[in-house]
Design a protein around this ligand. Sequence first.
Ligand code: NDP
Length: 269
Amino acid sequence: MTRYCVFGHPIGHSKSPAIHAAFAAQTGENIEYVAIEAPLDDFAGAWQTFVASGGQGANVTVPFKEEAYRLCTQLTEQARRAGAVNTLRLLPDGNLEGDTTDGVGLVADLKRQGARLQGANILVLGAGGAVRGVLAPLLAHDPAGLTVANRTAAKASALAQDFADLGTIRGGGFDSVAGPFDLVINGTSASLSGELPPLPDDLFAEGALAYDMMYGAEPTVFMAWAAERGARSVDGLGMLVEQAAASFARWRGVVPETAPVLSTLRQAL
Ligand code: NDP
């Protein structure tokens, strides 16, 4: 049996062990997947201990994604761009490979939702780790334009500069946002505290999709606000399952089916 885990702090409520157990049962892969709370001051030590116990790979969540990135001796192009990893894989030659699957997970879920990316006018709210990880996969779909807006405007401007070679992207504060947009993705953590970024009322184009990376049993404040303004609004549970599937495929070479796992998780929320 091959061992995998998710590292975070805190990690108690992680859905990743249940998701990977479901993928393993579905594909017949013989794996064990557990949640490990790494100490805040010794992520590298936690990884070494896990490897010594037979660990072959891991997911990494808040607050260790950047530290995990620095530990890697090999990086995928997506991870190098993102400056953070959510997937570690021990290679046969002893190298540690880092990848980030958040972006492909988001794009897979957007497609499942029927979102059009090519030629679309896209707004991404936030400029933290999650947003940095999704910009390259979004730009790869050739949108008409991508705007990044953040509470700290300078962070959004810097992100836009970092990704300018990949497409039409601009960044600034919430006050600089000018719609309408076909797709608005909330990648801030404002929903965690029930807050809403200050946004104009005329944000959404006709038929727009509002996507909150956060998820829960109830619609987030952002989702409710968007629905009141005519947008179709969805949460990020599908992104969570899709990024897990991409990690699983990287480790095992088998692509699991996500729909039944997503449906089970949704019912259990
Ligand atoms: P970070 O801490 O790296 O970034 C947080 C971002 O939110 C920053 O841009 C910050 O702005 C902004 N922000 C925080 N509070 C507020 C507020 N009250 N009003 C406006 N903006 C605010 O977090 P992550 O990027 O790692 O995560 C962001 C969100 O994405 C979280 O809700 C997380 O749960 C979710 N997520 C979901 C995933 C999924 O699979 N569904 C995967 C990864 C993340 P500033 O720069 O000004 O501080």
